[in-house]
Design a protein around this ligand. Sequence first.
Ligand SMILES: Cc1cc2nc3c(=O)[nH]c(=O)nc-3n(C[C@H](O)[C@H](O)[C@H](O)COP(=O)(O)OP(=O)(O)OC[C@H]3O[C@@H](n4cnc5c(N)ncnc54)[C@H](O)[C@@H]3O)c2cc1C
Length: 411
Amino acid sequence: MPSETEVIVIGAGAAGIAATRRLADAGVPALLVEARDRLGGRAFTVDHDGTGVDLGCGWLHSAGSNPLVAIAEAQGRHIDRSLPSWGRPALERNFPLAEQRAFQQAIAAFYERLGVLAARASDAPCSAAFEPGNRWNGLIGAVVSYISGGDAARVSALDFENYAGTDLNWRVAEGYGTVITAQARGLDVALDTMVERVDHSGNLLRIETARGTIAARHAIVTLPTDIIAAREDLFFPALPDKVEAAAGLPLGLADKLYLTLAHPEEFARDTRLFGRIDSKDTATYTLRPQGRPHIEGYFGDGLAATLERGGVKAFVDFAVGQLADALGSEFKKRVSLLDMHLWAADPFARGSYSFALPGRAECRQKLAAPVDGRLFFAGEACSKVDFSTAHGAYATGLGAAEQAIAARKGA
Ligand SMILES: Cc1cc2nc3c(=O)[nH]c(=O)nc-3n(C[C@H](O)[C@H](O)[C@H](O)COP(=O)(O)OP(=O)(O)OC[C@H]3O[C@@H](n4cnc5c(N)ncnc54)[C@H](O)[C@@H]3O)c2cc1C
């Protein structure tokens, strides 16, 4: 590991990889340091029988304008442009079509009220858009938890509305994590190198890591918000404004469980099934995602947090119970665990993606603001409109690299 570099990039997720790639392309010496023994952070694909299974990000959201689509294509990957399960009718066995229509009307009305709320001068939690007593509030709350990772009562309506996603959502057969980590090929990377302190008291930055200290002129910090918020001593001198901004953007929790499915042909590809339709504490399941013999369970917020306490087995038991309730007790014999990752228990993530607390939407710009023209910030939480996504993280990484390049020229 070098003891000195021009720009040090902290964290090798989508943002850190984008930043380092851009710097390397501009001929700027840059070192990417990462605490884990792998690249990608919350972009994490594992191989199962030659197929890429995404335990973190999987959807190329806003695919029409998402730069990672062209990057994936240039890498020769296979883009799956088929409709996501949430754009298709759900399985009717536990959710009759007439009920689905009633739910769609209720959630459309909820989103409309949310838009009105967000336009008000003072911010409110998303839960203020619930219609009191509406029978679909539980399921709408579950959907909000899948999208934001948080409970509607804790999520800023303004921030939720600021999100600029489109209806075009694609996947990549080899895995989104595969695409993102491949972008790091040829970069100078130090894995297993946890950053313990960023000392910006002197002329040169001194980045103290578990494997020694590296001096640098500039640094790009891409750490997840819960890590910045929990580490008041990360920066020396301390940067209370950054800690405060990060605390306003906690990581919500979303966990994915993959099961293998025997006799999958019974179901159409990408079939959606809600475990329950009358409760917030339900997972949503995609049967045969991308046509594969799998089931992908998606768990948000409190349900995911509770199950994480019981480990992967608790998720499997819960999912198998919900699937058996919906599809019959014999269904239990057709599924078994394929894979999952517990994101809240992961010490280098501590959650899945950021949401803003009510009244704290502006924390995204505060977190993203450079310090002294030499400390730059990137990561999904720094994006005003594409937060919580991999392409949002990627774009902030490119932006921070441009800031560092401009600062070098100005120096
Ligand atoms: C279950 C799940 C599903 C998701 N689904 C989607 C989706 O479908 N589409 C989508 O666009 N997004 C999705 N996301 C969100 C997306 O994965 C993230 O927004 C994005 O990957 C974040 O990238 P990042 O670079 O900001 O952060 P990270 O990927 O978290 O990168 C930060 C890096 O910093 C490292 N690090 C932490 N502490 C230290 C330290 N002290 N020293 C050095 N390194 C450190 C971490 O190990 C990590 O590699 C999902 C996330 C999860 C968890």
